[in-house]
Write a protein that binds this ligand. Structure first.
Ligand code: ATP
Ligand code: MG
Length: 437
């Protein structure tokens, strides 16, 4: 069994003009085994200087400071050090500033006086959310040292990392591919670039679900993942009639043997710089590939049918994810979906009630997709996702609801910008940031 990755220390920079506040924060963080305070600054300018030198993972930023305020400093740091996640530390009476701070790139906020537990959870949460950005930076640094110049793949790396969403079930045939294709399709908007990648390397069937013929597949990209040319990517990515972009799995199972899980991981991280969402269909086995995908994922959409074997397998999987900290538990990324849920009147004795399922899997069911053989079969035969055609009618409606729920759970900053400042309460903001505590 694979164990979790080596634990990294979370490097924290404290910024506040009052020495006592800095000392207090330092003391609060002193005994956390995974947190290391790498510096403290008393002014905005000093903060930028130290952040550039020390490259902290998390910056605790005061707002009101002499010389340069925390918002201006946040803007500079977020641009200069992409791996640094800024957390604003403010007093309740500064809601207007808070909005500006988020526009400047802040990731979360804490209210003074700070409760220690909230401080720790917030630091760990923003650190974890920044994992894809750290991985991309590491990838770029690697490429730079091995090639001596800026890799082509860095072309659009200045933008924020796309959201990586892995769709998975430990049980075969429950509808993982159905959900992955509909989720990808449901997330598409004029301003949102979505890519669906079939990582069920041996028996991937996204091409069949979407009626796609592909000359090239994922293996073409994994072969040369450290030297990818945008033209090559363009040749492999197929555009579905609905506009959805897709990378298919190898056409023959044996081709999958030549693809390593590290290559797939590097490829996905790189593609994350080109698309707003990467939706990944997966095979059922729990192996090095699925683990790597879970690690880089922002969310794991776990699918089950409402049957005892399916739920038991999901529980086992959640227990495994519970044990892997990165630095927070992988299980916290799980969005749970029940698929093929029969009508009330058709429900037989074999169906497990939602409340017991939630109890067993230790979390809420985010979406319940009804069983509808005809609609799903027609959609597969026509190669058109349900949400692309019938999004207002069940089960397209519920699938669209899932896409919206996934979007809400990851696009915290974007939503925060649209919120009216007057409506911000502490818990409201927490909801916007999607924090679970
Ligand atoms: N909500 C639903 N109602 C009716 N049929 C469904 C529903 N969801 C999926 N199906 C059907 O169930 C079958 C399995 O679906 P799908 O291939 O998406 O599952 P999977 O978990 O990806 O399977 P595999 O383990 O083979 O990859 C397909 O025939 C599909 O049409
Ligand atoms: Mg499948």
């Amino acid at each position: 069994m694979t164990s979790g990755p080596q634990k990294q220390m979370i490097k924290v920079l404290i910024v506040d003009d009052i020495p006592d506040v800095r000392d207090n924060l330092r003391k609060l963080l002193a005994f956390e085994p995974d947190i290391e305070v790498v510096g403290a600054a008393g002014t905005g300018r000093e903060a930028i200087q130290i952040a550039t030198e020390m490259r902290p993972d998390v910056v605790l930023m005061d707002i009101n400071m002499p010389d340069m305020d925390g918002i201006t400093a946040t803007k500079s740091i977020s641009t200069a050090v992409r791996t640094a996640a800024v957390v604003i530390v403010s007093v309740q009476s500064e809601p207007g500033y808070l909005r500006q701070a988020m526009l400047a790139g802040a990731r979360d906020f804490l209210t003074k006086p700070i409760a220690s537990e909230e401080l720790y959870t917030t630091i760990r949460r923003v650190y974890e959310r920044n994992e894809p950005v750290r991985q991309q930076e590491a990838l770029m640094a690697d490429a730079r040292t091995t090639k001596g110049d800026m890799p082509k793949k860095a072309i659009s790396m200045s933008r924020a990392a796309g959201h990586i969403i892995v769709v998975y079930s430990p049980q075969g045939g429950v509808g993982t591919t159905t959900i992955a294709t509909n989720l990808a399709s449901g997330l598409m908007r004029a301003d949102t670039r979505v890519l669906l990648v079939d990582c069920a390397l041996q028996f991937g069937d996204v091409d069949a679900f979407l009626n796609l013929q592909s000359a090239a597949n994922i293996s073409k990209l994994t072969q040369s993942v450290n030297d990818l040319d945008p033209d090559v990517i363009e040749n492999v990515v197929i555009t579905h009639g609905s506009g959805l972009k897709v990378i298919t799995a190898p056409s023959h199972p044996e081709q999958a043997y030549d693809i390593t899980s590290s290559e797939v991981k590097d490829l996905i991280l790189m593609l994350g710089t080109l698309y707003d969402y990467i939706i990944i269909d997966t095979p059922t086995q729990y192996d090095d590939l699925t683990l790597k995908l879970f690690e880089i994922a922002e969310r794991i959409v776990m699918i089950a049918n409402p049957t005892i074997p399916a739920i038991r397998n999901c529980r086992k999987m959640i227990d495994i994810l519970d044990a892997i900290e990165q630095p927070t538990r992988l299980s916290e990324k799980v969005i749970f979906v029940l698929n093929r849920v029969a009508n009330e009147k058709d429900r037989g004795h074999g169906t497990v009630p939602v409340a017991s399922i939630e109890n067993h899997i230790k979390r809420k069911v985010t979406a319940t997709i009804p069983q509808d053989d005809r609609a799903v079969l027609t959609s597969v035969n026509q190669g058109v996702p349900l949400v692309a055609k019938l999004k207002s009618r069940s089960p397209g409606r519920e699938l669209m609801g899932l896409a919206d729920a996934v979007r809400r759970s990851v696009e915290s900053e974007d939503e925060a910008i649209e919120e009216k400042p007057a409506e911000r309460t502490k818990s409201g903001l927490r909801a916007i940031f999607g924090g679970s505590g």
